[in-house]
Design a binder for this molecule. Structure first.
Ligand SMILES: Cc1ncc(COP(=O)(O)O)c(C=O)c1O
Length: 320
């Protein structure tokens, strides 16, 4: 119930963003990291921010009609976020998803009432993006959020996510690390942080199996949500100072450590971000202020190696 006494169907939108930053003490390494808890967004990932920003903007500009269908190609998190926000705003949502995405993601989208359209082309975003363009050209009801090209994606992270980080961190930031899918989070937060703290290093985390910024060819990796096989256009706006690689195996091992040692219910890219942030903090020294993101939730990965590679974790993680 809102102030005027009516039920606000869109109330879930108010839960998006303003996520806390936690200080994580890694006693063994003698390092403290600062991690922004994007997994606390209501659908469970950082992508809720873009979904809300793009659909509210489209509505304000009269681009959404009662019979509009929101159509996006997504490996999962954006699809889930658009499905949730679309449900709350009363719009139909269709998500093109390639056949490598985990089932948990499909189930969540369907639960929010979205239509899931699988396409063949494991990890091949371009195929899905092309399909969405073809479908939109043939039917004017389709509205394409276009997460990979839409400048709103970057602008929202610069203003909102980046602005929150600056407000929440008491003093200077020495480094900011995260992976890239569309590159909007890295570019947007990077720009905001660099403007306030020009000495801050903005670092891209990349899957070792597919380190495109290091000149490697696209290949398979297990860090879902990042590394889609190409360098996205929005990433070109990121004020990057470097890139650091992490293997899928090490990312999974760190994610399991975050779960067992810190009780953090986060997904694989969060472990990858933290592993790279730890390396960086070790180089910068114990006083360095390093910020990273915990991008999404663990439940999204039940059917992935995160929940089956238990033996990659050494027992000494547990009791330290
Ligand atoms: C699971 C997940 N989703 C989304 C993102 C950020 O995506 P984008 O680059 O599209 O802003 C990340 C970045 O690390 C991620 O790990």
């Amino acid at each position: 119930m809102n102030a005027s006494g009516t039920v606000d169907r869109r109330a879930v939108l108010t839960l998006i963003g303003n996520t806390p930053i936690i200080a994580m003490r890694f006693a063994r390494e003698g390092i403290t990291l600062h991690a922004k808890c994007e997994f606390l967004n209501p659908s469970g990932s950082v992508k809720d921010r873009f979904a809300r920003a793009v659909l509210l903007d489209a509505e304000q500009r009269g681009l959404l009609k009662p019979d509009s269908i929101i159509l996006e190609c997504s490996s999962g998190n954006t699809g889930i976020a658009l499905s949730m926000v679309g449900a709350a705003m009363g719009y139909r949502v269709s998500i093109l998803i390639d056949d490598s995405a985990s089932n948990e993601r499909l189930w969540l989208m369907r639960q929010f009432g979205a239509e899931v359209l699988p396409f063949k082309g494991k990890g091949q975003y371009e195929v899905g993006i092309e399909l969405s363009r073809t479908m939109a050209a043939a039917d004017s009801r389709y509205f394409l959020p276009r997460q990979f090209e839409n400048p709103l994606n970057l602008e929202d992270h610069e203003k909102a996510t980046g602005g929150e980080i600056l407000q929440q961190m008491a003093g200077p930031i020495d480094a900011f690390v995260t992976g890239y899918g569309t590159g909007a989070t890295l570019a947007g937060c990077g720009l905001a942080i660099k403007r306030r703290w020009p000495q801050a290093q903005i670092i891209a985390m990349e899957p070792k199996e597919q380190a495109l910024l290091a000149g490697e060819a696209p290949c398979c990796h297990k860090i879902e949500g990042v590394g889609d096989g190409f360098i996205p256009a929005l990433l070109r706006h990121a004020p990057l100072d470097g890139h650091v690689e992490i293997s899928s195996k090490d990312a999974i091992a760190m994610t399991q450590r975050l779960q067992r040692e810190f009780g953090l219910p986060v997904g694989i890219s969060s472990g990858a971000n933290v592993a790279v942030a730890l390396q960086l903090a070790a180089k910068l020294g114990p006083q360095a202020s390093v910020v990273t993101l915990l991008c999404d939730r663990a439940e999204r990965y039940f059917s992935t190696p995160l929940f089956s590679l238990r033996d990659t974790m050494s027992a000494d993680f547990v009791r330290q």
